[in-house]
Ligand binder design. Sequence first.
Ligand code: TRP
Length: 337
Amino acid sequence: MKKRILTGDRPTGQLHLGHYVGSLKNRISLQKEHEQFVMIADAQALTDNYDHPEKVRKNILEVMLDYLAVGIDPAKTTFFIQSQIPQLFELTFYFLNMVTYNRLKHNPTVKTEMQQKGLEDNVTAGFMIYPVSQAADITLFSGELVPVGADQVPILEQTNEIVRRFNTIYKTDVLKEATPMFSNCPRLMGPDGKSKMSKSLGNALTLDATQSQIEEIVKKMYTDPDHLKVSDPGKVEGNVVFAYLDAFDPDLTRVQDLKAHYQRGGLGDMTIKRHLMQVLETFIAPIRDRRNQLKENPQQALDILHEGTKNALRVGMKKMEEIKEAMHIHYPFGVPS
Ligand code: TRP
């Protein structure tokens, strides 16, 4: 059965290979069987970038170019801008009554992000409640499947708690619980083998990375520190080069052979790195070309986004009416009758 998919990204920078493996790839295949909505979460991005609205504004186009370049298809997927759907904010306000302040404070995703961003002492209310706003994103668009990274699981759990509480209190089934969907590839580690790939850590390969950028990052990749001589047996686990080959080399047998050879000894780090450079260049080149081409005439991408946003607004308005009916606060004549 066709299901509705709702997912999105914060427009704080270009998307990179980590996003590709973690969610974009999934969206490309999911759009074939399901009805997909992809939201550019500019309002959510403002919760920790409210002092840099220009950055958020500029990256709406960048993210849209990334979507189109990797092959998310506007004929199958509706793209829209979060801030242009007022019903999302309306619903967030009602949802805030469905969750305790204490529960919000203990959301593991928010806690980790607060630490990473050094927000602990003066975190804003807007940032604290972003999981509630995300629950509104998902439910206003009746998202049943939500392709996200593993770090978003606590947010989905909180969404479903809100859904259950809402449906119980208002004796309705207007809201549906959502199921997270993970990519079959584990999270892409950063080149150092520890952190994840991230723009702020300066270790990201964007989807328009040039050949020399690819080479520079691959050169720095962590392999096996005990693999000193080419003839030494090497370790594959925790070896970043093999993690990336697993994610991007379409020739699985070749990867198996390379791993076996490396473990036996006789395969040098530079040889596997050169192979990976080529695999990544082959993967990125067509995406990079398409992205550069789209960027030359950005109006085309913006028009797609505009159309999608109009479509999403229609869907959101209709759903909000149903939700308000369930809450007995629907006043079709502007006043309660
Ligand atoms: N929080 C998500 C991220 O940082 C972006 C997002 C906002 C989202 N609203 C969503 C993802 C709704 C899935 C569903 O990547």
